[in-house]
Ligand binder design. Structure first.
Ligand code: M6R
Length: 611
């Protein structure tokens, strides 16, 4: 949720920390701060609000020193304020923390009884007090951190610097992400790779329970048992430019327009057209295993859950395996029926979403074979999975997920074809047809992006609406859900996504002449075209305004709707990829016209690493 950066080397650390935090602001953005150590002096600067407030403060009183830590916050405990911003410090110990300490109230009580005075409402501050207590007992910093984390219950990625030990950062993690960036005469820690791309491409992903001691010259990692361990170094191909806006006003806009490239990169090297098959690097499911699967359970949250719903249509149609799509946040709080004949697929852009990760572990513990569809190599989800399909979307910075969704859809489609071939439900010829459809998708996305101006006109007309309804049937149902989520999260307009057939079971009561209804109605057999036309008639009869997403040549629906956006005709199961694009643009332009902070909408964070 929040972002962490740490630096130790021979350069001034404050500018490096602030620039790293800028790359992480999407993870949390209600306050920020840095702590810098100079010889034996600790200097902490913090500011409420956007990062530019911290930048201003740092430029007025530049904290000097070549080692430091920084943080951008998304509040969990305590409102956004200077006092609650990280780093938290106590007696020369400064900490930044992502995660939640569940027993912080009890720990605070114990510490208060010993005379400690707290200056914030946060759970994090207890770390600074616990570590300082241990240091006062005479142990060294590494041991003090180890003893402190033994006392807490909860989740954390933690980085610590101290005035008394001014040459090293101690970092540790459990259930929140933390990476180490390797440099020459300098090293880094961060919660996320984009923070460090301008300095290094070589990263070590810390594992659960790891503790790292980072100096300018060395990085030593210890596992939960205190044994020194080697973790692999990974070279990340992402360029710093990929984490920049590249001339677009917002990351979200850039990421919408990147989709032809992102989808092409996700397909690249995987389609074996002449064999009618898919090549996934490292695929480890035998034909016997695939044939014996009795169920696929998809676990995901938010937009990734919507792609799972579309994936259900794809896998059930092409591979004839029953698929359940579970909200990860609900899954493990019942007694889910999972066994060794099931394939559990976690879908996640970040690979760090706490609910998805926990549900995934639960499914594994019950015997399921595990697979991740994920955008971040080396993330917790890919480390947990027996096999991963990477969506090569590149870093997604806008909080509203766009290219992650469409790349997940094509990854799921490839998976459905692969499973279909292995189970014998698709012939070579049929699979070849599906692969041909896939190869056409990047160009179709390019074409549909040309609708931006007509979408803008719709956005202008409805930007002051109070409610929106999105309707779709069959594979267009998840598109309706996704369109509504996109709109509500960045425009703050109330929006509902519904399966068309459900409208008459309740939502129809909402329709009046003020209600815009977006109907996703390409002419496809699966989307029950005739039936969705029935929905359009029902909306019209009640005075609602119809915005229809239709095939290029569909004059019939065009004559019924108030506004149309025309899209190129894709095959039924892939049409969601194409039909989603105008809805992303609609949400973007409505939010932009309302003057909202598109990339960092209120109350949200990019990676939800707390439950
Ligand atoms: O990183 P993940 O795909 O696991 O994230 C899941 C959701 O938090 C995410 O899709 C969220 O719903 C987005 N804000 C949607 O735009």
């Amino acid at each position: 949720m929040c972002g962490i950066v740490g630096y130790v080397g021979d350069k001034e650390s404050a500018p490096i920390l602030v620039s790293g935090l800028k790359k992480l602001e999407y993870r949390g953005y209600d306050s920020a701060g840095v702590a810098v150590v100079n010889r034996n002096t600790l200097n902490v600067v913090r500011a409420t609000g956007k990062l530019k407030n911290l930048e201003n403060r740092v430029s007025q009183e530049v904290p000097k020193g070549t080692i430091g830590i920084g943080h951008t916050r998304w509040a969990t405990h305590g409102r956004p304020s200077d006092e609650n911003a990280h780093p938290h410090s106590y007696k020369g110990v400064a900490v930044v923390h992502n995660g939640i300490i569940e027993n912080h109230l009890a720990l605070k009580e114990e510490l208060r009884a010993k005379g400690h005075i707290f200056s914030s409402e946060t759970d994090t501050e207890v770390f600074a007090h616990l570590i300082s207590d241990e240091l006062e007992r005479g142990v060294d910093l590494v041991e003090a951190v180890r003893l402190a984390i033994k006392q807490v219950k909860g989740t954390y990625a933690l980085a610590v610097v101290t005035a008394s030990d001014p040459n090293r950062i101690v970092a540790t993690k459990d259930s929140s992400p933390m990476v180490l960036g390797l440099g020459q005469g300098q090293n880094f820690v961060a919660s996320d790779v984009p923070a460090l791309l301008e300095h290094t491409r070589d990263f070590v992903y810390m594992e659960e329970g790891d503790l790292a001691v980072v100096t300018a010259q060395s990085i030593d990692i210890y596992n939960r048992q205190g044994q020194k361990v080697n973790r692999p170094t990974r070279r990340i191909d992402w360029t710093p430019m990929m984490a920049e806006k590249g001339g677009h006003k917002h990351f979200m806009h850039k990421e919408i327009w990147e989709q032809p490239r992102a989808v092409a990169d996700t397909l690249r090297g995987r389609m074996l057209l002449s064999e009618g098959d898919i090549h996934f690097e490292g695929w480890n499911l035998s034909p016997e295993k695939v044939r014996s699967l009795s169920k696929v359970t998809i676990l995901a949250c938010g937009t990734s859950w919507h792609s799972g719903v579309a994936g259900k249509h794809m896998i059930e149609t092409l591979a004839r395996i029953p698929v359940e799509v579970e909200l990860a946040s609900e899954f493990r709080y019942r007694d889910p029926i999972v066994d060794g004949t099931h394939l559990a697929i976690a879908i996640s852009q970040s690979g760090e979403t706490a609910d998805t990760l926990a549900a995934f572990k639960e499914a594994k513990a019950r015997g399921a074979t595990s697979m991740a569809i994920c955008n971040v190599i080396g993330s917790a989800m890919t480390r947990e999975a027996e096999f991963s399909v990477l969506t090569n979307a590149g870093p997604e910075i806008g909080v509203a997920s766009t290219k992650a969704f469409t790349t997940q859809l094509v990854a799921l489609y490839m998976l459905a074809v692969k499973l279909g071939r292995m189970r014998g439900t698709l012939t070579v010829k049929q699979a070849q047809e599906h692969l041909t459809h896939l190869t056409e998708i990047p160009k179709m996305i390019e074409d549909v992006l040309k609708c931006e101006n007509s979408v803008k006109r719709v956005a202008r007309e409805f930007m002051t609406a109070q409610d929106f309804l999105f309707l779709g049937r069959g594979p267009m149902h998840p598109v309706a859900l996704e369109g509504a989520l996109k709109l509500k999260e960045i425009s703050y307009i109330h929006a509902e996504g519904y399966a068309g057939g459900e409208m008459k079971h309740g939502p129809i009561a909402l329709i009046d002449e003020k209600m815009p209804v977006v109907v996703i109605a390409p002419k496809q057999p699966h989307v029950a075209y005739e039936k969705i036309i029935g929905n359009i008639e029902e909306v019209r009869a009640r005075g609602g305004k119809v915005i229809a997403i239709i095939d290029e040549d569909d004059e019939h629906v065009a004559s019924l709707a108030d506004h149309v956006v025309r899209i190129p005709p894709a095959c039924a199961l892939l049409a969601p990829v194409v039909a989603t694009i105008p809805l992303q643009l609609l949400a973007y332009h409505v939010a932009e016209m309302r003057g909202n902070d598109v990339d960092q909408p209120r109350n949200l964070a990019k990676s939800v690493t707390v439950e």
